[in-house]
Design a protein. Structure first.
Length: 109
C-alpha cells in the first residue's frame, strides 16, 4: 500500500511538471533618455594602423517635439548626415532625414 501511494504521488509530480505554467505578465519597458540637452560627442575614424580617415560627430538637443539627434560622418569625399526627432516620453521616432553624399568608393586594407 505504501508503495502504491508513493507511486501515485510520483506520477502526480510528473504530470504536474508537464502541465503548462502560467505566463508571466509582460514587463513594461520605460524608455528614458540617458543624455541631456546639448550633449555632444566627437570621434576620429582611423584605419587599423591608426591613420586618420575622417570624423564622426553626434549632438542632441531638446525641442518642442522631443529630442533632436544629429549625427554627421565624413570620410574623405563620403558624407553621411542624419537628423532624427524622437518623442521625449517614449523615444519613438517622430521624423527623420538622411543625406548620403559620396563621390568615391574606397577599400580599407
Amino acid at each position: 500500500m505504501k508503495g502504491t501511494v508513493l507511486g501515485f504521488l510520483a506520477g502526480l509530480a510528473l504530470l504536474a511538471g508537464c502541465t503548462p505554467a502560467a505566463q508571466p505578465a509582460a514587463a513594461k519597458i520605460e524608455a528614458k533618455p540617458v543624455w541631456g540637452n546639448g550633449d555632444t560627442a566627437s570621434y576620429t575614424i582611423q584605419d587599423p594602423k591608426g591613420k586618420e580617415l575622417g570624423t564622426h560627430e553626434i549632438s542632441i538637443s531638446k525641442d518642442a517635439n522631443g529630442f533632436a539627434i544629429h549625427q554627421l560622418s565624413q570620410i574623405g569625399a563620403y558624407k553621411d548626415d542624419l537628423s532624427i526627432v524622437v518623442r521625449a516620453d517614449d523615444l519613438k521616432p517622430v521624423s527623420g532625414h538622411r543625406v548620403i553624399d559620396s563621390q568615391m568608393v574606397f577599400l580599407l586594407n
